[in-house]
Each structure stands twice: as C-alpha cells, then as structure tokens.
Ligand binder design. Structure first.
Ligand code: ZN
Length: 308
C-alpha cells in the first residue's frame, strides 16, 4: 500500500502577530515566507499544494507564479479571508461567485487548471458542495475529521460536524460535505485527532506533533489514509519587531478572552525561521518512513480516476 503525504499550504495576508489581514504581511509572505517554504520542498524534492486567497493573488501575482516552476499545485482558498466573507455566511450565489473569480485569477496567473479548494478558516455550509461543483471544482479539503475546536476558532460550533466526518478521502453528498455520497466532488479531509495537525500545533506544541506523527503513521500503515498537513507561509515570517495590540473580533467577553487574547498570545510561538526548522524535522520523519509527497490533484487522479 503506498503511503502518501499531502503537504498543503494556505497562502493569505493574515498576520498572526497582529491577528488581522494586512498588505504589509502579504509582502513579507511573498519575500520571506514563501521562499523559506519553497526551499524546504526543493531540498526534499516534494510536490505540494498551495491554496491561494484570490484577492491576494490579484494583488501579489508573483506569489502564485513562484510555485509553478517547482511543479506544485495551484489551488483556491476562496476570494477573501475577511471573517464576514466566510463561506458559511455567504449565500449560494456569492460562494459560487467567489469560487469562479478566484479560479479565473489563479488560472490566468499560473496557466494551470485549478480544481482544488479549501475554505478560508475551513468554514463551509450545506451550499458549499454544490457551489464548488457548479464552479468547476472537483476536490475540497475543508473538513478536519475528528478535530475538536469549539471556541478556539470562529465558526467553532458548526465544526462539531467534523467529529463524525469520515477520516479517509471520500466522494461527498452534494448537500453535505461532511458525509459520504455519490456526488462528483471528492473530500480530502485534513488529518486530525482532537488536536489539529497543522503548522500552529507544530510551532506551539512540538511534542504533541511528534506524538501525532507516530499515531498517524500507524493509521496510514493500517488504513492507507493519506496524511494531510496544513501550514501557512505567514508562519515563516517574523513581525515581532513591530508593536502590536490584540484586535478584538467579538463582543462576548468570554469568547474574546478565549478566542482573541489567549489564542493571540499562544499563536505567535516559534514564528519565523524557527518554524522552518521545525517543519524540516517534521518532513524528515516522513521521508525516512518512505512516504510519497504528491499534490492533492494527483492524489485525486490516482485514487478517483473517474473524476474528471
Ligand atoms: Zn486560511
């Protein structure tokens, strides 16, 4: 049974240090974060998948162009990463419009056909699968099966759906991304088990990630589940020389404390080049175990050959 490792990257102008979207962060992602990531992939001869936010791609087309020569996949991370533009609050028509717009911009810049999607902040609703199908996508990766977030992220309650979602890639129900069905859209769930399996966990709790690596490796050996890891080039930049205040995103004081203050303080640990060192170690583990590193698009082609 082949062992696949799908390394995925969400490219956005979100500043972890300032906890807000800003163009200055976009510049740093382009000039510092992306080169660090691309160097790591080049060193290990890895093909990965980059999910770009459309409005960032339009503003910084070079950030998309730079991944193409390495054979990485260009994919969509929606049009906007603004909290009020999340897919679970957009109408069906708006979701479809954002998808078509981002697909067009990314295809024009990269010259690749864009068929994979991940929702900003992983927020989706029952309209999302149909919007994706009608916009010409064949693969989603917004479901983190068995991940438990609650108040630690926005849209936390809706993410309880994750707890019963299948762990292995599946053909979705056209009205419910969290369920198996017979639709033309494949879900590639993000790997998780209570804790998310993402760059943030790797930076804040490296010991947990090392335990996750052993646990998920055992799972892959027994079920063939591909590992799907999510990292952000904005984790590889250091903005700590700039003064900050913690942006308040909610009026509820408890939510503010949990979601903004605690989260804001924890999330800045090991940002910058230190994140690249941890990621290098992380990848070495899978290289040594004989994993194959492919794009989401190639995984779909190999495992769901009837999907166009
Ligand atoms: Zn994102």
């Amino acid at each position: 049974m082949p062992k696949y490792c799908l390394l995925t990257n969400d490219v956005e102008t979100h500043s972890i240090w300032f906890n807000t979207l800003r163009d200055e962060t976009g510049v740093k992602v382009l000039e510092e974060g992306m080169p660090l990531l691309l160097d790591i992939y080049k060193k290990f001869n890895i093909k990965s998948t980059f999910y770009f936010v459309g409005d960032m791609a339009e503003k910084f087309p070079e950030v998309v162009r730079m991944v193409v020569p390495f054979g990485h996949e260009v994919a969509s991370h929606g049009w906007s990463h603004e909290v009020d533009q999340a897919f679970d609050v957009l109408s069906f028509d708006k979701q479809k419009e954002h998808l078509i717009r981002s697909k067009k911009v990314l295809e024009d810049i990269s010259g690749q056909e864009v068929t994979s999607f991940r929702a900003p902040a992983l927020r989706v609703n029952s309209d999302t699968p149909r919007a994706l199908i009608e916009a010409g996508f064949n693969c989603d990766s917004s479901v983190a099966a068995q991940r438990f977030d609650m108040f630690l992220s926005f849209g936390g309650m809706k993410k309880l759906n994750w707890l019963k979602a299948p762990r292995l890639p599946y053909r979705t129900d056209p009205n419910n991304l969290f369920r198996k069905g017979d639709g033309p859209l494949i879900e590639i769930p993000l790997t998780a088990m209570l804790f998310p399996f993402v760059g943030t966990t790797m930076r804040i709790f490296p010991t947990i990630t090392r335990m996750q690596q052993r646990l998920f490796h055992a799972e892959t050996k027994s079920t063939g589940k591909p590992l799907v890891f999510d990292i952000h080039p904005n984790e590889m930049i250091d903005e700590s020389t700039e003064r900050r205040t913690i942006a308040r995103r909610t009026k509820n004081p408890i939510k503010y404390l949990l979601s903004d203050v605690i989260r804001g303080k924890m999330k800045v640990k090991n940002l910058g080049p230190q994140a690249a060192v941890l990621y290098d170690d992380f990848i070495s583990y899978y290289k040594n175990q004989g994993y194959e590193f492919i794009t989401v698009k190639d995984y779909v082609k190999r495992n769901f050959p009837d999907i166009r």
